[in-house]
Structure formats: structure tokens, C-alpha cells
Design a protein around this ligand. Sequence first.
Ligand code: DQA
Length: 143
Amino acid sequence: KTVFLIHGPNLNLLGKREPTIYGSDTLDDVAARCAALAKPAKLDLKSMQSNHEGQIIDWIHEARDAAAAIIINPGAFTHTSVAIYDALQAYEGLVFEVHISNVHKREAFRHHSYVSARAEGVIAGFGVEGYELALRRVISLLG
Ligand code: DQA
């Protein structure tokens, strides 16, 4: 089975961007740690990142035939994108939403997520470890 790990805008800068909020690990570190978890569970983990809303939507469409679960950090699109929500509604597999920071402790505009209404679970404020926690849950559900 395949799992898509989708990172949204500005997360290509992870490790360099506001390290006091997002930490010093890079996206490559996250991909490597998640791949190490996925391998013994015989899951094929595909990590992807885009700064473009349309690209993220295209990947969610692709997941319809290709992935049993999506773990997504939509970045700022979390708070703005009805289109990503609609794409996830058209997807039938598992969806987990991850935020590195605790969005509820931050600006009010980060408190609402369009994606949460479609997610089986939401993780926020566990740093990049949140990705591994979400993946562990996917492994229990798919295993
Ligand atoms: C984020 C939180 C969002 O509010 C922000 O726009 C991001 C990252 C997080 O992982 O904490 O880009 O999704």
C-alpha cells in the first residue's frame, strides 16, 4: 500500500524558516524518518512538497487511484483553501492533517482549518515528530 505525504507552501524552507517555531530539521530529515517507519510496515511512502495550490490538488486527485492514505500539512492553505478541502472530499482513503506548530496558540487566522472537517485525525504542536505520529496511526489502521 502507498501513503502520500504532502507538504504545502513554504515547507521547502523547513529547517531554515523561523526555526524557533518550526525547528531545525529539514523536509529531507522528515522524509527519511518517515520512510524508516514505513519500510518495516511494508508501506510505500511518497513525500512531496509544493508551493502551488493546484499542484497539491492534482496530487490529491492522483491519490484517488494510487494511495490508501494521505498525510498532509497544507501550510497556509489550511486556512484558506476550499479547493483543497473539495479535493480531499473526492478522495476515499484515510486523511491525516499535521501542523508542526500549535496553530491554536498562534494568530487567530490560524485557528480555523478547512481540512480538519475531512481528516480522520489532526496533530498540531508536536514539531516534526507529528508526521511520525500520524504515520504510526496510518500503519495501525492499514495494517
Ligand atoms: C503550519 C501552520 C500554518 O499556519 C502555517 O501557515 C504553515 C505551517 C505548521 O506546520 O505549523 O505554513 O501548517
